[in-house]
Design a protein around this ligand. Structure first.
Ligand SMILES: [Zn+2]
Length: 310
């Protein structure tokens, strides 16, 4: 035994000499610290969180980029991720209630709702199965995404006060970029004449964006419940809204099927324009693989398509 231990010590010393690494002496091995993992329900929240966490936490998401978070069902792998996370950051307001329902019993970490305290900014869902409840898509207004970032900084600081100054610096640097983005969106969208400021999308996910940047929600098929097929009367009312507003440009969302929009186009004429991101980032290298890139992609497309018009 003693001999074995000596052999190990010799081997370790040699390794230190060869590699130049500081190897802990036997008996002095560091206590294994739990992995510092934060879990976000969506890729949008994931990106906001990693900008604050920097390299101090591993930040993971549950719903893959490009997938629809509405009505998502966590997998056994998600349950395992939840178990090792110190916190789950979720949006709340009828987007990712599945996380609270299915994961909270699986984990010792805390559940953090990023829309907490934002009640004064809420827009309600006008119709459909969630009528009268909160519309979850608050991150589509950059000034509200800033509030998510503030909340993430608070939570990380509570969990890891020693690094509070780092979280503060990270959040401040990122918020500066977000405020520049917000200004840029205002400048870009101001190029669109008032009578073309209509957003026809599949889901009413652009309500907060529309309020922040001076658009009208032209028509939609799903108020927010994209997990439920729209009814014939949802389609009829979308066609009527499009006809009465005179809008002829329709946007599809990357997480939803184009089929409903193709039906609208057959009935009402007009054209299907490019895809927009709402509930999810694009995959790595898509040009929309961060929150800022996704918002820029959307605004560039909206401005180009509405200036081109019919
Ligand atoms: Zn949505």
């Amino acid at each position: 035994m003693y001999e074995n231990a000596s052999a190990v010590l010799v081997a370790l010393s040699l390794l230190t000499l060869v590699l130049g690494v500081a190897t802990p002496l036997l008996g002095e091995t560091e206590e294994s610290t739990p992995e510092k993992v934060i879990l976000a329900t969506t890729s949008v929240i994931w990106d906001l969180a990693r900008n604050v966490a920097g390299d101090l936490w591993t930040v993971e998401y549950l719903v893959e980029p490009g997938k629809n978070p509405h009505g998502y069902e966590p997998t056994p792998a998600d349950m395992a991720k939840a178990q090792r996370a110190a916190a789950i950051l979720y949006n709340g307001f009828n987007l990712d209630g599945w996380a609270v329902k299915l994961l909270s019993g699986q984990m010792s970490g805390k559940m953090v709702r990023l829309t907490e305290g934002l009640e004064n900014y809420v827009l309600k869902v006008p119709d459909g199965p969630y009528a009268g409840r909160e519309d979850p898509h608050m991150w589509m207004d950059v000034s509200l995404a800033v509030k998510y970032v503030d909340r993430i900084r608070e939570v990380l600081t509570e969990m890891d006060p020693e690094n509070g100054a780092k979280y503060k610096a990270n959040a401040e640097a990122y918020i500066r970029q977000l405020l520049e983005l917000d200004d840029w969106i205002r400048r870009e969208t101001s190029k669109i004449p008032a009578d073309r400021r209509f957003l026809v999308t599949q889901e009413k996910a652009f309500q907060y964006f529309a309020r922040a940047y001076g658009f009208k929600v032209g028509a939609y098929f799903y108020s927010i419940a994209t997990e439920i097929e729209p009814t014939a009367s949802d389609l009829v009312s979308a066609v009527e809204r499009v006809r009465s507003s005179g809008v002829c440009v329709y946007f599809v969302e990357t997480t939803l099927s184009r089929r409903t929009m193709e039906t609208l186009q057959r009935e009402a004429g007009g054209r299907i324009a490019s895809s927009l991101y709402a509930d999810s980032l694009g995959p790595l290298g898509s040009g929309a693989d961060s929150y800022i890139a996704m918002m820029k992609h959307n605004v560039e497309n909206i401005v180009r398509e509405l200036l081109r018009w019919c």
